[in-house]
Design a protein around this ligand. Structure first.
Ligand code: UTP
Length: 302
């Protein structure tokens, strides 16, 4: 286990999954590049990391990685065209993503699971605690979660996972945590005692689902190296975290921060549509007109 106060500066964003739930849109485009209103989902995630103080970002990519890299790089041709037109507002929007963070990339090769994707980050991360943000999980910027998790690691050491209460009949879609209270936890902090990946509802130890934000002790790398493929033949991050939770001597305790804010799984078609409608309604520029249209659509068509 590393010093609990070690500063966290690195974020790892796994974005090498196949995105099969979104085919055919994701046949030649990573699902993280699908637009949520007018920004690709992945930009919200990088912005979230930066807002929590993590400006060194390693993206784990696979096939079709070009659009992800290009989005966070300069586009001189486009910039010069906008400059010539004097379109300052759009120029600024184009430059925002390339000025955001220090970006690094590593390729996963075969998508052998989330645990394997995280292990690909080991040479870049080294012996420091680090954050993992799933590239298709969107946390509303007004409900900061990662900063709370970083603070928990600084105060208590170990690893920190994000949990969200879901309906019992939904728990089989997630990793699930068994938890117990911790002292001084402000009502949103628990100690994780066990983890199960996608349990049958009858066997689920709780209805706390693991969502896509983690702050991890680097001890997780040693465990991942020894973790055999689990559910679905993939190397599961949940299995490695379960081992961390079972033996505090390896990487310190595992805590859970219970998130009660707005979160969207943009890899799921229904949630993706909800994210777009909600964020569009709340936008100052698009919202008023879009809300009017939506109201009349619901009144007339539904
Ligand atoms: P998902 O479980 O959503 O899988 O991965 P997926 O392949 O991306 O999508 P579906 O289920 O086929 O539609 C959760 C996160 O882990 C990453 C994904 O990119 C996503 O951010 N991941 C998953 C990897 O980076 N590598 C993998 O081998 C698997």
């Amino acid at each position: 286990m590393t010093e609990s106060g070690a500063v966290i500066s690195k974020a790892v964003i796994p974005a090498a999954g196949l995105g099969t739930r979104f085919l055919p849109a994701t046949k030649a485009t990573p699902k993280e590049m699908l637009p949520v209103v007018d920004k690709p989902a992945i930009q919200y995630v990088v912005e979230e990391a930066v807002a929590a103080g993590l400006s060194d970002v390693l993206m784990v990519t696979g096939r079709n990685k070009r659009p992800l890299e290009d989005h966070f790089d300069r586009n001189y041709e486009l910039e010069s065209a906008l400059e010539t037109k004097g379109d300052e507002a759009r120029l600024q929007r184009v430059q925002e993503s390339s000025d955001l963070a220090t970006m690094h990339y590593v390729r996963q090769g075969d998508p052998r699971g989330l645990g394997h994707a995280v292990l690909c980050a080991a040479p870049h991360v080294g012996d420091q605690p680090f954050a993992v943000l799933l590239g298709d999980d969107l946390i509303d910027p007004r409900d900061p979660l990662l900063a709370r998790m970083v603070q928990t690691r600084a105060e208590r050491g170990g690893s920190v996972i994000a949990l969200m209460e879901v309906a019992p009949e939904q728990i089989h879609l997630y990793g699930c945590a068994a938890v117990k209270p911790v002292e001084g936890g402000d009502g949103d902090l628990v100690r994780v005692t066990d983890l199960v990946e996608k349990p049958d509802p009858a066997e689920a130890p709780s209805n706390y689902a693991i969502i896509g934000r983690y702050v991890l002790d680097p001890a997780v790398f040693g465990i991942l190296r020894e973790t055999e493929p689990g559910r679905g033949g993939e190397i599961q991050l949940t299995d490695a975290l379960q081992k961390l939770a079972a033996d505090e001597k390896v990487g310190g305790p595992v805590f859970g921060v219970i998130f009660r804010g707005r979160r969207y799984d943009t890899g799921d078609r229904g949630d993706y549509l909800r994210a777009i409608v909600r964020l569009a309604c709340e936008r100052e520029d698009l919202g008023p007109e879009f809300r009017d249209w939506l109201r009349s659509y619901v009144d007339e068509e539904m």
